[in-house]
Design a protein around this ligand. Structure first.
Ligand code: 5GP
Ligand code: ZN
Length: 143
C-alpha cells in the first residue's frame, strides 16, 4: 500500500472503480480513459512499481489474470483482437507507478497500430551490436 497511489486507493475501495474481477492477489477494472470499448487494467493488490519488482506470486497472478480475462473482455465488446501490454517505467510511458497490465480490445479497421507503433524511429544496429546486446542480456539475466 502506497499512501498517494491511485491504484492502491482502488484496491482499498477509497477510489471508485468498475471492478470486473478480484481475488486475494489481483484486481481488474475498466480504464477510466479507455483507448477502446472494454479497455481493462489488471493490477497486483500489493503496491509494486515495476514488473521486475513483483515477487513470483504477484507476477504469476497478474499474468494469469491477464491471460484468463483477455477472452472475456474481447467477447464482452465483440472485439476482433486484443493488445495486451504494460508500460514499464516512466521512459516507457508508465504514468501510474503501480504495475498494471492493459487489455485493449481491437476492432477490424479501428485505425490503431501494433505494439511496434510505440517507437517511430528504429535503431540502426550492426550484426556486432546485436551480438553484444544479446550477450549483455544473457550476462544480466539473474535467472
Ligand atoms: P499507464 O500510462 O501508466 O500505463 O496507464 C495508466 C492508465 O490508468 C491510463 O490508461 C489511465 O486512463 C488509467 N487511470 C488513471 N487513473 C485512473 C483511475 O483513477 N481509475 C481508473 N479506472 N483508471 C485510471
Ligand atoms: Zn499502489
Amino acid at each position: 500500500m502506497s499512501e498517494d497511489c491511485i491504484f492502491c486507493g482502488i484496491v482499498d475501495g477509497e477510489v471508485p472503480s468498475r471492478t470486473v474481477y478480484e481475488d486475494e492477489n489481483v484486481q481488474a477494472f475498466l480504464d477510466a480513459t479507455p483507448l477502446s470499448r472494454g479497455h481493462t487494467l489488471v493490477i497486483p493488490k500489493n503496491h509494486h512499481e515495476r514488473v521486475a519488482d513483483m515477487p513470483d506470486g504477484d507476477r504469476d497472478a497478474v499474468f494469469e489474470a491477464l491471460g484468463r480475462l483477455g477472452p472475456a473482455v474481447e467477447a464482452a465488446v465483440d472485439a476482433d483482437g486484443l493488445n495486451v501490454g504494460m508500460n514499464d517505467g516512466e521512459a516507457a510511458g508508465q504514468e501510474v507507478p503501480h504495475v498494471h497490465g492493459h487489455l485493449v480490445p481491437r476492432f477490424e479497421g479501428d485505425g490503431g497500430g501494433a505494439v511496434h507503433s510505440i517507437v517511430r524511429t528504429l535503431p540502426d544496429l550492426s550484426e556486432d551490436e546485436l551480438d553484444d546486446i544479446a550477450d549483455a542480456i544473457v550476462t544480466n539475466d539473474q535467472g
